[in-house]
Write a protein that binds this ligand. Structure first.
Ligand code: SF4
Length: 258
């Protein structure tokens, strides 16, 4: 199936000071607050937060960045299959921070064609189908949206799963036109994230209290048992080594990081 065309991505260009910081791994030794302070100063309105509203990490970043610069932009990919609890949280964040969350939708023609040809719940049938659905509902809209930014912030952490073990705090994301991808919480633990949430009464997805450490699309997420891996409830019918939606694969797969 061919995807609806997306805007051609132009490679971003950064000044040498920024490139040197990334190439020399200088940012690896910075704290989350230091990274965000630097990013706000460098990228201003060309900086955005990619928040799923289904993980506490993204909410921590929204809170931290709001303290630094209330004008910092935040977006969420609305796949059309999110949990009602996630939609509730988007509105709670808007109310709490007075922030207009930018809701990004997939191309409707691509979604219509996909479900007409393969069914509403195609993702359970094959890995290829699941990846196609993630491509159309997440990866392509993300790429389109990020074309308007120079840098984006994510809540990736190294101990979330094996695929994220090598996550670096700053990379040039070749899958997104060379935009800078910042992962300030890469070396945080889950406990540290939840301590921040408690200390600052950060709003989080209510499903976290019902056994969902990570909330993705409703049909592809379920609660996990005590002691289970934090992402065990995501695409639970697949092997661990393929459990990514494609948003965070490229720069980790090629290992270049710059
Ligand atoms: S998580 Fe599931 S429903 Fe959501 S985009 Fe991926 S395959 Fe589709």
């Amino acid at each position: 199936m061919s995807l609806h065309s997306v805007a051609t991505l132009e490679e971003k260009s950064f000044d040498n000071n920024i490139l040197e910081l990334v190439e020399r791994d200088t940012i690896e030794s910075w704290s989350a607050e230091e990274i965000l302070t630097w990013a706000v100063g460098k990228f201003s309105d060309k900086l955005t937060i990619a928040a799923s509203f289904g993980a506490p990490e993204g909410m921590v970043l929204v809170d931290m960045l709001h303290r630094l610069d209330p004008a910092t932009r935040v977006f969420v990919l609305d796949t059309g299959r999110l949990h009602p609890a996630t939609y509730d949280l988007i509105d709670r964040v808007r109310d709490r921070y007075g922030k207009s969350v930018e809701v990004v939708f997939p191309n409707h023609e691509d979604v219509e064609k996909m479900v007409r040809e393969k069914g509403m719940n195609l993702f359970y049938e094959t890995l290829k189908n699941r990846q196609l659905c993630c491509q159309i509902r997440k990866v392509q809209p993300m790429r389109r949206h990020l074309a308007g930014f120079d840098a984006y912030v994510t809540g990736l952490r190294r101990d979330q799963n094996l695929n994220r073990a090598d996550t670096r705090k700053a990379v040039l994301d070749s899958s997104q036109g060379g935009v800078m991808k910042l992962n300030p919480l890469a070396d945080w633990t889950h406990e540290r994230v939840m301590d921040y949430v408690g200390l600052h009464t950060v709003p989080i997805n209510r499903l976290h209290r019902e056994g969902y450490p990570s909330v993705g699309c409703e049909p592809c997420t379920r609660a996990v048992g005590l002691g289970d891996d934090l992402r065990a409830g995501r695409w639970w019918w697949e092997n661990d080594d393929v459990k990514e939606c494609g948003l965070h694969v490229q720069e980790e797969a090629d290992g270049s990081g710059i």
